[in-house]
Design a protein around this ligand. Structure first.
Ligand code: ADP
Ligand code: MG
Length: 238
C-alpha cells in the first residue's frame, strides 16, 4: 500500500513562508510528479513527506496512519537524491546492503533482495566496485537500487536525473517508467523539467511560490491549463 495524504501543509523557515497550505491525495501506485520553477518549494515539500523535516502546520497520513510526527526511518519510504548520496568508502554491494543490515534482515534475504535489484537495474557487473569507479549513470542506478532493496511503501525522488547528460537522462527516464510499471509502487518525483513531468506522470502537481497551481494528468494540463503560468510551464497554447 502507498496512499499518501497531505492536508494543509505549511512550512516556514524563520519569517519566510515556503509552503502555503498544500492539500494532496496520492493514490496507491500512482506516479506523481511535482514540477515548478527553482525555489518554488518542491524539495521542501518532498522532505516533509519523507520526514527529513517537520511541517510548521498540517498533517501527513500514509495508508490512513498519521505520520506527521513519525521519524523518517519509520515511514517505510525510500528517497533518491540528485547527488546519489552513496557511501564512497563502501562497495556497491555494501551500499545496497547497509540499510538492510541495520534493519537486521536475515543474510539470505539481504542477498536475495540485492540480486533482484541488481538484475532489474543491470548493475550486477559492478557490485564489488566503489562509487568513485562508476559513471554518473551507474551511480544513479545504484542509488535507485538502494531504494528498491528496502521494499518501500513509496519512492521519493528529488531530481534524480538532473546530474546526467541529456542522452542518458532520456534512457533513464524510460527505465524509471518501466520500473514503475513493474513494481507498481507509489512514486513521487520532483523535477523542474516539463518534458520529464509530461512523459513520466500519472498526475502532475504544478507548484508556484509554495502553492499548488493545478493538479491533473499531463493531458488535462496540456488541454485545460488553469492559468497562463501552467500553460507557459507545460508548453501548452494559452
Ligand atoms: P525547489 O526544490 O523547488 O527548487 P526548495 O524547496 O529547495 O525549492 O526551496 C524553496 C524555498 O525555501 C527557497 O526559497 C529556499 O531558499 C528556501 N529554503 C529551503 N530550505 C531552507 C532552509 N533549510 N532554510 C531556509 N530556507 C530554505
Ligand atoms: Mg529542489
Amino acid at each position: 500500500m502507498g496512499r499518501i495524504t497531505l492536508e494543509k501543509i505549511t512550512k516556514s523557515f524563520g519569517a519566510v513562508k515556503v509552503l502555503h497550505g498544500i492539500d494532496l491525495d496520492i493514490a496507491d501506485g500512482e506516479f506523481v510528479v511535482f514540477v515548478g520553477p527553482s525555489g518554488c518549494g518542491k524539495s521542501t515539500l518532498l522532505r516533509q513527506i519523507a520526514g527529513l523535516d517537520k511541517p510548521t502546520s498540517g498533517t501527513i497520513d500514509i495508508d490512513g496512519a498519521r505520520v506527521t510526527d513519525v521519524p523518517a526511518s519509520d515511514r517505510g519510504l525510500a528517497m533518491v537524491f540528485q547527488s546519489y548520496a552513496l557511501y564512497p568508502h563502501m562497495s556497491v554491494k555494501q551500499n545496497l546492503a547497509f540499510g538492510l543490515e541495520n534493519a537486521r534482515l536475515p543474510r539470505p534475504e539481504i542477498e536475495a533482495r540485492i540480486a533482484e535489484a541488481a538484475r532489474m537495474l543491470e548493475i550486477g557487473d559492478y557490485l564489488q566496485r566503489r562509487p568513485g569507479q562508476l559513471s554518473g549513470g551507474q551511480r544513479q542506478r545504484v542509488a535507485i537500487g538502494r531504494a528498491i532493496v528496502r521494499n518501500p511503501t513509496a519512492f521519493l525522488l528529488d531530481e534524480p536525473l538532473s546530474n546526467l547528460d541529456a542522452e542518458l537522462r532520456i534512457s533513464m527516464r524510460a527505465e524509471l517508467s518501466a520500473l514503475h510499471k513493474r513494481l507498481k509502487t507509489t512514486m513521487i518525483y520532483v523535477t523542474h523539467d516539463q518534458t520529464e513531468a509530461m512523459t513520466l506522470a500519472d498526475r502532475i502537481v504544478v507548484l508556484r511560490k509554495g502553492k499548488v497551481e493545478q493538479i491533473g494528468t499531463p493531458l488535462d494540463l496540456y488541454n485545460r491549463p488553469a492559468n497562463r503560468f501552467v500553460a507557459g510551464f507545460i508548453g501548452a497554447p494559452s
